[in-house]
Design a protein around this ligand. Structure first.
Ligand SMILES: N[C@@H](CCC(=O)N[C@@H](CS)C(=O)NCC(=O)O)C(=O)O
Length: 199
């Protein structure tokens, strides 16, 4: 969401929510998102939740630059790539899922890591093929789309779990290109206002 806001030049203010202290489950945040998950975007007096819904709203409200192609089939392809990452990879390595494996299913840390790695690898293997078919620099075509907005944060997770990105040369090329753009660089976790307090 930060990447899309930056790409579209929409100014925003960040209100940090410390997931490790479970601030997302505190009443102050739960009034914004009953699910107790970040992000929540307050805009024009309303609150939006779920990254994909927020991205779609941003695309409609701030149409330039486009993050979805004009052609409906191409747009559906980009949405497919985006959903692959946001729906089929991300939830499986999300904090609450990994915590549940550890706390409720007694999985040791190495099994938890293996779990996260497995689903990232599965997803990236499929995405690699899709990028090879339709990407020309970015996931789809030669300019950033919603798929890149989803991919780059997931790569951050992949790196944390020790995934070898060299196994996915097309994805790696997208990452190198995207990370060189200010909109992506400024959205990196290390550049957020609360980053220093989380060494
Ligand atoms: N499908 C939701 C997922 C939101 C989500 O899982 N956010 C993570 C951070 S990236 C979170 O809040 N995790 C806290 C937790 O797992 O307790 C979306 O895309 O917005």
């Amino acid at each position: 969401v930060r990447i899309a806001l930056n790409l579209k030049g929409v100014p925003f203010e960040t209100r940090p929510t410390d997931l490790r202290k479970e601030e997302q489950c505190q009443p102050a945040f739960m009034t914004l998102n009953a699910q107790g998950l970040v992000p929540a975007l307050e805009a024009e007096g309303r609150v939006l939740t779920q990254s994909l819904a927020i991205l779609e709203w941003l695309e409609t409200r701030y149409p330039r630059p486009r993050l979805l192609p004009c052609d409906p089939f191409d747009a559906a392809t980009v949405r497919g790539m985006t959903a692959l990452i946001a729906c089929d990879i991300h939830p499986l390595n999300n904090l609450r899922v990994l915590r549940a494996l550890k706390r409720d299913f007694d999985a040791p840390q190495w099994r938890v890591d293996e779990w996260a790695q497995r689903w990232i690898s599965d997803g990236f293997t499929a995405l690699e093929t899709m990028v090879a078919k339709r990407g020309h620099g970015f996931c789809f075509g030669d300019a950033p789309t919603l798929a890149d907005c989803a991919l780059i944060p997931q790569v951050y997770s992949a790196e944390r779990f020790g995934i070898k990105l060299s196994l996915y040369p097309r994805i790696l090329a997208v990452v190198e290109l995207a990370r060189a753009l200010p909109a992506f660089a400024a959205a990196h976790p290390s550049r957020q206002p609360d980053a220093d307090s989380h060494p």
